[in-house]
Design a protein around this ligand. Structure first.
Ligand code: AMP
Ligand code: FE
Ligand code: FE
Ligand code: ZN
Length: 291
């Protein structure tokens, strides 16, 4: 029997608090059968996570959460089993990470007018090469004692209406789907019921994404309210998309717990059959996954 399947987690390569090795160990301790590592805009954790998963009972699905943007709304696109060496995807994610750095520095510049916060404070909260985001600024604000935790920082100083917010460059969702598909990957729209995507993804936009190769919707996610899940299930049926469920685990950086939402084995099987750029690693998946 394959254990629970959780297709959305973050390590310290982006804004999770655990190294890829620690994350893999946490997934094993949580009793998961399959975990996907999906750091924001980076595959830098794949190698370490693969090494940690080898020889264990856990299957690791290599992935990423690509930042995209439409009409000022942030739309996150999960990508599975793509080629991490694909030149276009490598270039685009490098650009996003670089623009994220500039943007974080600009936010710190603004914040420093009112709070004793330096760019070094933020760097002290990141590992070299990490995809830097508001969570790292949050950690620096926590270290300075201005807020008790990340969530409190996001509700105040780091809120997009908090007065210090700056956007960062990201491609449009349609471009994201095309890049992922061209790299042999499988695109799944992350937490589409969260306010950003829901505001901008009309049926017409959804049709475009599906025609470009969008494969699924992450319906079971704590940021999708119940009513949104109903709508998303109908959308998935209408467009022939698979439905996933995941935790979006960030270590201690968020309350989300490994395995709190899971994906059906049949859906994982469909994703694995669709992926052309890389393979699951660690414990081999039995075929067929579903009798
Ligand atoms: P950014 O992409 O830099 O704008 O930051 C958004 C990231 O912050 C998302 O990927 C979330 O993982 C994280 N995030 C959003 N809200 C919260 C929260 N309330 N507590 C902790 N992390 C959060
Ligand atoms: Fe995150
Ligand atoms: Fe996300
Ligand atoms: Zn995420």
């Amino acid at each position: 029997m394959l254990g629970p399947i959780d297709l959305h987690t973050h390590s310290s390569v982006s804004d999770g608090t655990e190294t890829p090795t620690q994350l893999v160990r946490a997934a094993i301790a949580a009793g998961l059968g399959v975990v996907a590592l999906t750091d924001h805009d980076s595959t830098a954790g794949w190698y370490e996570a693969t090494a940690a998963a080898e020889g264990t009972a856990l299957t690791l699905v290599p992935g990423m959460e690509l930042s995209t943007q439409l009409d000022y709304a942030s739309v996150h696109m999960l990508a599975y089993l793509f080629d991490p060496g694909n030149a276009d995807l490598v270039a685009e994610t490098a650009r996003i990470r670089s623009e994220r750095l500039n943007r974080a520095e600009a936010m710190v510049q603004r914040i420093s007018a009112d709070y004793a916060l330096t760019w070094d404070d933020v760097l002290a909260q990141t590992v070299p090469g990490a995809t830097v985001g508001r969570p790292h600024i949050a950690d620096a604000l926590v270290a300075r004692g201005y807020v008790p935790n990340r969530s409190a920082a996001f509700e105040s100083i780091l809120h997009w209406r908090g007065g210090y917010y700056r956007p960062h460059y990201a491609p449009e969702p349609l471009e994201g789907v095309r890049l992922i598909r061209a790299a042999g990957g499988v695109p799944v729209l992350a937490h589409p019921g969260a306010r950003g995507p829901e505001r901008v993804l009309s049926d017409k936009r959804m049709r475009e994404l599906v025609d470009a190769g969008l494969f699924g919707l992450e319906v079971r996610h704590r940021d999708n309210p119940p009513a949104a899940r109903e709508r998303l299930l109908a959308t998935a049926r209408k467009f022939g998309l698979v439905v996933t469920g995941s935790s979006d685990y960030h270590g201690t950086g968020k309350p989300n717990l490994l395995g709190e939402n899971t994906t059906d084995a049949a859906v994982l099987e469909a994703i694995v059959a669709e992926g052309r750029g890389s393979q699951p690693v660690g414990a081999p998946l039995e075929r067929p996954l579903v009798e």
